[in-house]
Design a protein around this ligand. Structure first.
Ligand code: CTP
Ligand code: CA
Length: 225
Protein backbone atom coordinates (compact mmCIF):
# COMPACT_ATOMS: atom_id res chain seq x y z
CA UNK A 1 0.00 0.00 0.00
CA UNK A 2 1.32 3.40 -0.98
CA UNK A 3 0.58 6.28 1.34
CA UNK A 4 0.87 9.87 0.17
CA UNK A 5 1.20 12.56 2.79
CA UNK A 6 0.26 16.07 1.73
CA UNK A 7 2.32 18.93 3.04
CA UNK A 8 0.47 20.54 5.95
CA UNK A 9 0.49 24.29 5.45
CA UNK A 10 -1.59 25.44 8.43
CA UNK A 11 -0.03 23.59 11.37
CA UNK A 12 -0.65 25.49 14.61
CA UNK A 13 -2.95 28.04 12.98
CA UNK A 14 -6.18 28.96 14.72
CA UNK A 15 -8.95 29.21 12.12
CA UNK A 16 -12.46 30.57 12.64
CA UNK A 17 -15.12 29.73 10.06
CA UNK A 18 -18.74 30.91 9.98
CA UNK A 19 -21.15 28.74 8.03
CA UNK A 20 -24.78 28.10 7.23
CA UNK A 21 -27.84 30.31 7.51
CA UNK A 22 -29.14 32.28 10.47
CA UNK A 23 -32.70 32.07 11.75
CA UNK A 24 -34.31 35.30 12.89
CA UNK A 25 -37.20 34.79 15.26
CA UNK A 26 -40.66 36.15 14.32
CA UNK A 27 -42.56 34.39 17.13
CA UNK A 28 -42.07 31.12 19.11
CA UNK A 29 -42.76 28.95 16.04
CA UNK A 30 -41.64 31.04 13.06
CA UNK A 31 -38.45 32.55 11.72
CA UNK A 32 -36.85 34.28 8.73
CA UNK A 33 -34.10 32.13 7.24
CA UNK A 34 -32.41 31.23 3.96
CA UNK A 35 -31.35 28.17 1.93
CA UNK A 36 -27.66 28.14 2.84
CA UNK A 37 -26.56 24.51 3.41
CA UNK A 38 -23.30 25.32 5.20
CA UNK A 39 -21.48 22.90 2.86
CA UNK A 40 -18.85 25.39 1.73
CA UNK A 41 -17.96 26.30 5.33
CA UNK A 42 -17.87 22.63 6.30
CA UNK A 43 -15.57 21.80 3.35
CA UNK A 44 -13.25 24.65 4.34
CA UNK A 45 -13.21 23.45 7.96
CA UNK A 46 -12.12 19.94 6.90
CA UNK A 47 -9.57 21.24 4.40
CA UNK A 48 -8.00 23.43 7.09
CA UNK A 49 -8.10 20.65 9.72
CA UNK A 50 -6.46 18.21 7.27
CA UNK A 51 -3.58 20.65 6.95
CA UNK A 52 -2.96 20.95 10.67
CA UNK A 53 -5.14 23.90 11.68
CA UNK A 54 -7.33 24.03 14.74
CA UNK A 55 -10.76 25.06 13.51
CA UNK A 56 -13.59 26.76 15.35
CA UNK A 57 -16.69 26.27 13.17
CA UNK A 58 -19.46 28.67 14.18
CA UNK A 59 -22.52 27.51 12.31
CA UNK A 60 -26.19 28.34 11.95
CA UNK A 61 -28.88 25.64 11.81
CA UNK A 62 -28.01 22.64 9.59
CA UNK A 63 -26.49 19.17 9.49
CA UNK A 64 -22.73 19.24 9.87
CA UNK A 65 -20.97 15.87 9.51
CA UNK A 66 -17.68 16.54 11.21
CA UNK A 67 -15.03 13.86 10.74
CA UNK A 68 -12.03 15.62 12.29
CA UNK A 69 -11.20 16.04 15.98
CA UNK A 70 -9.43 19.29 15.07
CA UNK A 71 -12.80 20.94 14.41
CA UNK A 72 -14.85 22.41 17.27
CA UNK A 73 -18.47 23.09 16.35
CA UNK A 74 -20.32 25.95 18.00
CA UNK A 75 -23.98 25.86 16.96
CA UNK A 76 -25.88 29.12 16.86
CA UNK A 77 -29.26 30.19 15.56
CA UNK A 78 -29.58 33.95 15.05
CA UNK A 79 -27.18 36.51 13.65
CA UNK A 80 -26.90 38.01 17.15
CA UNK A 81 -25.78 34.64 18.55
CA UNK A 82 -23.33 34.17 15.68
CA UNK A 83 -21.95 37.66 16.28
CA UNK A 84 -21.41 36.90 19.98
CA UNK A 85 -19.66 33.57 19.32
CA UNK A 86 -17.42 35.09 16.63
CA UNK A 87 -16.61 38.12 18.76
CA UNK A 88 -15.57 35.86 21.68
CA UNK A 89 -13.23 33.80 19.47
CA UNK A 90 -11.87 36.40 17.06
CA UNK A 91 -8.89 37.75 19.00
CA UNK A 92 -7.36 34.24 19.26
CA UNK A 93 -7.82 33.72 15.52
CA UNK A 94 -5.13 33.74 12.84
CA UNK A 95 -7.44 33.17 9.87
CA UNK A 96 -11.17 34.03 9.83
CA UNK A 97 -13.38 32.85 6.96
CA UNK A 98 -16.87 34.32 6.81
CA UNK A 99 -18.83 31.75 4.80
CA UNK A 100 -22.17 32.13 6.61
CA UNK A 101 -25.27 33.51 4.89
CA UNK A 102 -26.15 35.91 7.69
CA UNK A 103 -29.63 37.42 7.59
CA UNK A 104 -29.31 41.13 6.91
CA UNK A 105 -32.41 41.99 8.96
CA UNK A 106 -34.30 40.60 11.94
CA UNK A 107 -37.81 41.25 13.27
CA UNK A 108 -37.71 44.42 15.36
CA UNK A 109 -39.88 42.93 18.11
CA UNK A 110 -40.35 39.14 18.02
CA UNK A 111 -43.76 38.20 19.43
CA UNK A 112 -43.87 36.40 22.81
CA UNK A 113 -46.87 34.33 21.73
CA UNK A 114 -47.69 32.73 18.40
CA UNK A 115 -49.06 35.40 16.09
CA UNK A 116 -52.75 34.75 15.28
CA UNK A 117 -54.14 35.03 11.77
CA UNK A 118 -56.33 38.14 11.75
CA UNK A 119 -56.41 40.74 8.96
CA UNK A 120 -56.09 40.24 5.18
CA UNK A 121 -52.47 41.38 5.30
CA UNK A 122 -49.78 41.85 7.88
CA UNK A 123 -46.45 43.63 8.17
CA UNK A 124 -43.37 42.66 10.17
CA UNK A 125 -40.96 45.46 10.91
CA UNK A 126 -37.34 44.44 10.36
CA UNK A 127 -34.18 46.04 11.70
CA UNK A 128 -30.61 45.58 10.49
CA UNK A 129 -28.40 42.88 11.99
CA UNK A 130 -24.83 43.65 12.96
CA UNK A 131 -22.35 42.96 10.17
CA UNK A 132 -20.16 40.29 11.73
CA UNK A 133 -17.42 40.35 9.09
CA UNK A 134 -17.28 44.16 8.99
CA UNK A 135 -17.01 44.41 12.78
CA UNK A 136 -14.18 41.85 12.87
CA UNK A 137 -12.57 43.77 9.99
CA UNK A 138 -12.36 46.79 12.29
CA UNK A 139 -10.66 44.67 14.97
CA UNK A 140 -8.25 42.93 12.59
CA UNK A 141 -4.55 43.11 13.49
CA UNK A 142 -1.61 42.86 11.08
CA UNK A 143 -1.07 39.11 11.58
CA UNK A 144 -4.74 38.24 11.01
CA UNK A 145 -6.30 37.29 7.69
CA UNK A 146 -10.02 37.79 7.01
CA UNK A 147 -11.71 36.07 4.07
CA UNK A 148 -15.21 36.98 2.91
CA UNK A 149 -17.75 35.59 0.48
CA UNK A 150 -20.07 37.37 -1.92
CA UNK A 151 -22.93 36.26 -4.14
CA UNK A 152 -24.28 38.85 -6.54
CA UNK A 153 -26.84 38.88 -9.34
CA UNK A 154 -25.51 41.99 -11.10
CA UNK A 155 -22.23 43.96 -11.28
CA UNK A 156 -20.67 41.00 -9.48
CA UNK A 157 -17.02 42.04 -9.82
CA UNK A 158 -17.67 45.63 -8.79
CA UNK A 159 -19.78 44.69 -5.78
CA UNK A 160 -17.30 42.01 -4.69
CA UNK A 161 -14.40 44.51 -4.86
CA UNK A 162 -16.45 47.04 -2.90
CA UNK A 163 -17.13 44.48 -0.15
CA UNK A 164 -13.45 43.52 -0.05
CA UNK A 165 -12.55 47.14 0.73
CA UNK A 166 -15.52 48.03 2.93
CA UNK A 167 -15.17 45.01 5.25
CA UNK A 168 -11.34 45.11 5.34
CA UNK A 169 -11.08 41.58 3.90
CA UNK A 170 -7.73 40.29 2.63
CA UNK A 171 -9.54 38.04 0.15
CA UNK A 172 -13.11 37.79 -1.06
CA UNK A 173 -14.57 34.74 -2.80
CA UNK A 174 -17.22 35.58 -5.37
CA UNK A 175 -19.68 32.76 -5.93
CA UNK A 176 -20.86 32.87 -9.50
CA UNK A 177 -24.51 32.29 -10.34
CA UNK A 178 -23.76 32.25 -14.06
CA UNK A 179 -23.30 28.48 -14.24
CA UNK A 180 -25.75 25.73 -13.51
CA UNK A 181 -24.69 23.98 -10.37
CA UNK A 182 -23.24 26.91 -8.46
CA UNK A 183 -24.57 28.17 -5.16
CA UNK A 184 -26.92 26.84 -2.49
CA UNK A 185 -27.65 23.15 -1.82
CA UNK A 186 -25.39 21.78 -4.54
CA UNK A 187 -21.96 20.22 -4.20
CA UNK A 188 -20.25 22.45 -6.74
CA UNK A 189 -19.23 26.12 -6.95
CA UNK A 190 -17.73 28.42 -9.54
CA UNK A 191 -15.66 31.12 -7.88
CA UNK A 192 -13.47 34.14 -8.49
CA UNK A 193 -11.07 35.25 -5.76
CA UNK A 194 -10.28 38.95 -5.35
CA UNK A 195 -7.39 40.18 -3.29
CA UNK A 196 -6.44 43.68 -2.18
CA UNK A 197 -3.11 43.57 -3.96
CA UNK A 198 -3.50 41.09 -6.83
CA UNK A 199 -5.40 40.51 -10.04
CA UNK A 200 -8.61 38.43 -9.72
CA UNK A 201 -8.18 34.65 -9.96
CA UNK A 202 -10.84 32.86 -12.02
CA UNK A 203 -11.67 29.20 -11.39
CA UNK A 204 -13.69 26.54 -13.18
CA UNK A 205 -16.84 24.89 -11.80
CA UNK A 206 -15.57 22.42 -9.19
CA UNK A 207 -16.65 20.39 -6.18
CA UNK A 208 -16.84 22.36 -2.93
CA UNK A 209 -13.88 20.30 -1.65
CA UNK A 210 -11.76 21.39 -4.62
CA UNK A 211 -12.99 24.97 -4.22
CA UNK A 212 -11.94 24.82 -0.57
CA UNK A 213 -8.45 23.81 -1.68
CA UNK A 214 -8.25 26.73 -4.14
CA UNK A 215 -9.23 29.09 -1.32
CA UNK A 216 -6.58 27.56 0.98
CA UNK A 217 -3.95 28.11 -1.72
CA UNK A 218 -4.82 31.81 -1.81
CA UNK A 219 -4.84 32.09 2.00
CA UNK A 220 -1.44 30.41 2.12
CA UNK A 221 -0.08 32.84 -0.47
CA UNK A 222 -1.29 35.69 1.74
CA UNK A 223 0.53 34.27 4.76
CA UNK A 224 3.75 34.05 2.75
CA UNK A 225 3.44 37.55 1.27
N1 CTP B 1 -21.61 39.03 6.55
C1 CTP B 1 -21.52 39.00 7.92
N2 CTP B 1 -22.51 39.53 8.70
C2 CTP B 1 -23.60 40.09 8.14
C3 CTP B 1 -23.73 40.12 6.73
C4 CTP B 1 -22.72 39.57 5.96
O1 CTP B 1 -20.53 38.48 8.45
N3 CTP B 1 -24.55 40.60 8.93
C5 CTP B 1 -20.52 38.49 5.72
C6 CTP B 1 -20.86 37.26 4.92
O2 CTP B 1 -20.63 36.08 5.67
C7 CTP B 1 -19.94 37.39 3.72
C8 CTP B 1 -19.79 38.88 3.52
O3 CTP B 1 -20.15 39.47 4.78
O4 CTP B 1 -18.64 36.89 3.97
C9 CTP B 1 -20.64 39.45 2.44
O5 CTP B 1 -21.99 39.11 2.65
P1 CTP B 1 -23.10 39.71 1.70
O6 CTP B 1 -24.44 39.27 2.15
O7 CTP B 1 -22.68 39.42 0.28
O8 CTP B 1 -22.88 41.28 1.92
P2 CTP B 1 -23.78 42.41 2.56
O9 CTP B 1 -22.82 43.38 3.15
O10 CTP B 1 -24.81 41.85 3.49
O11 CTP B 1 -24.44 43.10 1.30
P3 CTP B 1 -25.75 42.73 0.43
O12 CTP B 1 -26.43 41.51 1.05
O13 CTP B 1 -26.58 43.96 0.47
O14 CTP B 1 -25.23 42.45 -0.95
CA1 CA C 1 -26.35 40.20 2.91
Amino acid sequence: ETHFTKKKRFVGKQVLITAGPTYEKIDPVRFIGNHSSGKMGLALAHAMANEGAHVELIAGPGNYQITSSAITLTSVSSADEMYQAVSDAYDQTDIAIFAAAVADYKPAAPAEEKIKKTGESMTIELIKNKDIAAEMGKRKLAHQINVGFALETEKEELYAQEKLAKKNFDLIVLNSLNDNGAGFSVDTNKITIFSVDQKPKYFELKSKQEVANDILNCVHEKILS
